[in-house]
Ligand binder design. Structure first.
Ligand code: HEC
Length: 179
């Protein structure tokens, strides 16, 4: 093969290899390469039961399209959206719903702790740790005694909106927000 032909064939071969690796990777991780190449498919069974695993896979869908699948009442939807804003503005630098970031993944927090505890914690976690609260002390030590900031400005109602946002995200099984 002449040198000229090689300079053409080699980059083409590399491109082909990279493309097949990407498709392989997407298939292996359960993501459909489809939505990336074409528009996200909207073919979902209307009104069917919510399957959170299935929902979590709809990563090609926009945030609002995913939320619509939870069939929330207008009030709950408004709370989730308010909570979304509060979470992004105050918590997202250290927390995700389904992944550990600087602090723990918040999915299931309302099963681990009662709401009044969560409100106290968010408003002033160090006070709770200092009071000797067993769970708080253990968690604080587990996270290398890293102190979470106090959000004294957040009201109980706002913290509840954050919790509703967390619940919606744990039900969807992902943290995607692609509005
Ligand atoms: C600067 C980082 C940071 C920010 C910002 C932050 N947190 Fe935290 N959070 C942590 C850390 C670290 C922990 C683990 C406990 C500790 O070290 O004090 C934690 C623990 C928690 C816990 C207990 C989790 C569990 O599994 O028991 C909750 C609930 C929580 N945070 C909610 C929030 C909320 C809600 C916000 C926003 C209003 C927020 N955090 C903002 C760092 C942060």
């Amino acid at each position: 093969m002449s040198r000229n032909a090689l300079t053409l064939v080699f980059p083409a071969a590399v491109c082909l290899l990279v493309c097949s690796l990407v498709v392989l990777f997407l298939t292996a991780t359960g993501l459909e390469p489809g939505p990336l190449l074409a528009a996200a498919p909207q073919s979902t069974s209307e009104g069917g039961p919510i399957d959170s695993v299935q929902l979590g896979r709809q990563v090609g869908q926009s945030d609002s399209a995913q939320l619509a699948r939870l069939n929330l009442s207008p009030e709950d939807l408004a709370a989730v959206e308010a909570g979304d804003g509060l979470f992004k503005g105050n918590c997202a630098q250290c927390h995700a719903v389904n992944d550990v970031v600087v602090g723990p993944a918040l999915a299931g927090i309302d099963k681990r702790r009662p709401t009044p505890w969560i409100v106290k914690w968010v408003q002033n976690s160090s006070k709770l740790v200092a009071s000797g609260d067993e769970y708080a002390v253990k968690l604080f030590n587990q996270y290398q005694k890293q102190q979470m900031p106090s959000f004294t400005n957040l009201t109980e109602a706002e913290i509840n909106q954050i919790l509703q946002y967390v619940r919606s995200r744990q039900d969807l099984g992902n943290d995607v927000a692609v509005n």
